[in-house]
Design a protein around this ligand. Structure first.
Ligand code: HAM
Length: 428
């Protein structure tokens, strides 16, 4: 039997309402900050990711789905969106259209990692990127958006961690200081951290190995060595977050796993999802666009893992959706009215009401059982004495009350149902 590929999952109809609720919150909150949606292809030239994310990162080194297509071009399934948004930004000359461009996205991503709870090989991210201004207002805005989306889902056990990585020159200077500090302890580090020591020394801070943690505990931290401008910007980001009542902590060891970052970085972690606890992460990347061949354009953004967020919602029981309901079930009382019932269903479905009818030739009793099973708000009876005198009976299922309508007044039935359904919509 053919099964789904390791690390991928079907999202089944019963889970879809949760995804849709999350997506609608994402769309609403990004729109209120005037971010516009962008959709990019699932695959790109491999080089785009190598040049953006960095050759020595785990993503590029170990995790990308890369293959040669039939014309021998090297193609990669996107492991993240920032590189793709940057490519699209340059390709479509957005910088010439207006000085500041704000994008958001919802998309599948691909990384060949070891699957576990909250970590998949095909997963989904939503995120946002603001391109065109170095202002810390945007760093704060990005963090506020991320926090607001998670709070709108009623998630409580959240920690916002922020740090600043400064500009590359101050970071290079710090890397030398760190290398000197760790030099005589290098042999005690784990194999992975020894490799990082040579290639990407900051990532030693990400090591989960206890002895590594012990060794770097007292190491000098980057934030003490960053340039004056980065320091001032970081102070303003903190002030703006305070003013917006976003609780945060400074985590001087937060280095992030992608090479393009400058200045502010952040993550929001949940205490409710186990070891894969980062629900989202992001930061500023002022040199990326230039590095990819565009005009110098500062940027800042974040991305969030949707599977992890929904797992946190499930574990915190924070997203209680009301049981699914259909709006109307049309019951065929007389057998020869099948075609009429079909016509009525097509009519009522025009206003995006959710309407169902019987396709299996069931008895009236069995149709009522089905209407109950589907949680129908209303049932319309077509047939019997009423129909002969050109009337339809509408039953309001929550109260049992029945209303009579002339057959030619379908519009009245539709307005009534629509009004009732609209009243019960949630606020998002
Ligand atoms: P990232 O930290 O690699 O950053 O990923 C962001 C989020 O995606 C993570 O916090 C996590 O929730 C989710 N995620 C990552 N890998 C997996 C996986 N294998 N399974 C499930 N969820 C996962 C970025 O991708 C950057 N592009 C963020 C960014 C945007 N920085 C600036 N702009």
């Amino acid at each position: 039997m053919i099964k789904s590929i390791t690390g991928t999952k079907d999202i089944l109809p019963a889970e879809i309402p949760y995804w849709q609720r999350l997506e609608s919150i994402v769309e609403k909150i990004f729109s209120s900050f005037n971010y516009k949606e962008i959709r990019t292809p699932v695959f790109e030239e491999t080089n785009l990711f190598v040049r953006s994310i960095g050759e020595e990162t785990d993503i590029v080194g170990k995790e990308m789905y890369t293959f040669n297509d039939k014309s021998n071009a090297s193609i990669t399934l996107k492991p993240e969106m920032t590189a793709s948004v940057a490519r699209a930004f340059i390709e479509h000359s957005f910088g010439k259209l207006q000085p500041l461009n704000k994008f958001y996205y919802i998309s599948p991503m691909f990384r060949q990692e070891r699957p576990q709870a909250g970590r998949q090989r095909q997963f989904h991210q939503f995120g946002g990127e603001a391109l065109g201004s170095p202002s810390p207002l945007l760093d704060a805005e990005i963090i506020i958006i991320a926090f607001r989306i998670l709070s709108s889902l009623n998630l409580k056990d959240l920690t916002v961690k922020i740090n600043s990585l400064g500009i590359p020159s101050s970071r290079e200077n710090y890397k030398n200081i760190l290398r000197k500090h760790l030099d005589d302890k290098k042999n005690q580090l784990s194999e992975d951290s020894r490799k990082r020591f040579d290639k990407n020394i900051l990532r030693i801070f990400d090591s989960k190995v206890e002895l590594d943690q012990e060794i770097i505990k007292n190491a000098p931290v980057l934030i003490d060595f960053i340039d004056e401008e980065s320091k001032n910007d970081f102070e303003l980001v903190k002030a703006l977050l305070k003013q917006s009542k976003v609780p945060f902590e400074v985590d001087t060891k937060l280095v992030r796993g992608l090479d393009y970052y400058t200045k502010t970085t952040f993550e929001i972690v949940s205490g409710k999802v186990g070891s894969q606890n980062a629900l989202c992460g992001g930061g500023r990347y002022d040199l990326l666009i230039e590095q990819l061949g565009g005009a110098p354009t500062p940027g800042v953004g974040f991305a969030a893992g949707m599977e992890r967020i929904l797992l946190a919602c499930q574990n915190e029981k924070s997203l209680n959706l009301p049981g699914e309901k259909i709006d109307l079930y049309i019951t065929r009382v007389d057998e020869d009215l099948t075609q009429k019932v079909f016509e009525l269903a097509v009519y009522f479905r025009q206003e995006s009401l959710i309407v169902e009818l019987d396709y299996l030739g069931r008895s009236v009793k069995a149709q009522m059982r089905e209407a109950n099973k589907l949680n129908a708000r209303f049932v319309l009876f077509v047939g019997g004495e009423e129909f002969k005198s050109k009337k339809l009976i509408l039953k309001i299922m929550s109260t049992g009350e029945q209303k009579e309508y002339p057959l030619e007044e379908l519009n009245e039935i539709k307005s009534f149902i629509y009004g009732e359904v609209y009243k019960s919509y949630p606020n998002y």
